[in-house]
Write a protein that binds this ligand. Sequence first.
Ligand SMILES: Nc1ncnc2c1ncn2[C@@H]1O[C@H](COP(=O)(O)OP(=O)(O)OP(=O)(O)O)[C@@H](O)[C@H]1O
Ligand SMILES: [Mg+2]
Length: 355
Amino acid sequence: MLQMLQRCCCCFSGELGAKPRSKKSDDYPWENYTLKDLIHATNNFNNKNKLGEGGFGTVYFGQTSKGEEIAVKRLKAMTAKGEMEFAIEVEILGRVRHKNLLSLRGFYAGGDERLIVYDYMPNLSLISHLHGQRATNLLLDWPQRMKIAIGAAEGLAYLHHEASPHIIHRDIKASNVLLDANFNAKVADFGFAKLIPEGVSHLTTKVKGTLGYLAPEYAMWGKVSESCDVYSFGVLLLEIVSARKPIEKLPGGVKREIVNWVTPLVERGRWDHVADSRLGEKLDKAQLRNVVEVAMLCTDGKPENRPTMLEVVELLKSAVRDRRTKEVVLKDEDDGGIGEPSYSEKKSWKTSRMR
Ligand SMILES: Nc1ncnc2c1ncn2[C@@H]1O[C@H](COP(=O)(O)OP(=O)(O)OP(=O)(O)O)[C@@H](O)[C@H]1O
Ligand SMILES: [Mg+2]
């Protein structure tokens, strides 16, 4: 097994001191980095270069000798089995290319080090804009939020329907949607969730950390399918619109899931209450309603009622295309809705399509 791993790894990694090979080939679309390259780029994994830390390891900012900005994820130690899976996973993921996916740029595997290299995303992750440092001084406006939501949906639709083999992300959340210089969404960390062997301590932390995004059938019975990602995407959509966390701690310590908070508001037609209040006048109320309806479809308790990600992309695009005039929107709110089909109408559309 180890031999196999070495064979796998040496296909696409550079050992310290090894002769540099050609940077890219048609067979292996990633770049070869030596450990020396990456130590130099990250200033020896300097704490000042640290961008963040997750379940798999720590992410560092780096600059190559050619001046390219990179992000280097330094993985925690793995077992031999884990390393084998890592090599296969990287082999698959290294070949996945889409404008809304943060693809691997390259990696290094040698000795105890497992380093994955990505493009550096100057606007970091969505989480820092919704809940973190950048949430106050660099507020994402409504069109930016919609562009990010559609981009992330397109990346996910590609993983589900076009990538070969098809990939279920399993960890869609705000910290895994990164933003480039133009605020284009890049879905990150696809496929790595399944690398965590059962019983490993950080699995517990990880599941706790992303609990609010888990589809009920996955959380309760471990049933994984594309529709689990659709559910998580629906939670993310509500988070983008409201800037509320997937699970909020209420006074007294009670925890409330975002879906349980939104559902009664949707039932009472209180769309305005769902939106991030900081959006102010820039909020498009008609679009807000449409987008929340899409999120409700995605977070349906029954996986068979959820749309596919291809359908979500189409629903979102038409949701933001639909710019009704103020008068029509007001009339809509008064008489219970005209024009664009309502949430329940869309639901029955979906249900009838499923039959
Ligand atoms: N390519 C990148 N460019 C810029 N920042 C990045 C990049 N990749 C990751 N980060 C930052 O590093 C942080 C940690 O990422 P990491 O993927 O290790 O953890 P996580 O997303 O919080 O959890 P998980 O391990 O479940 O994915 C992210 O929240 C993000 O801010
Ligand atoms: Mg991540």
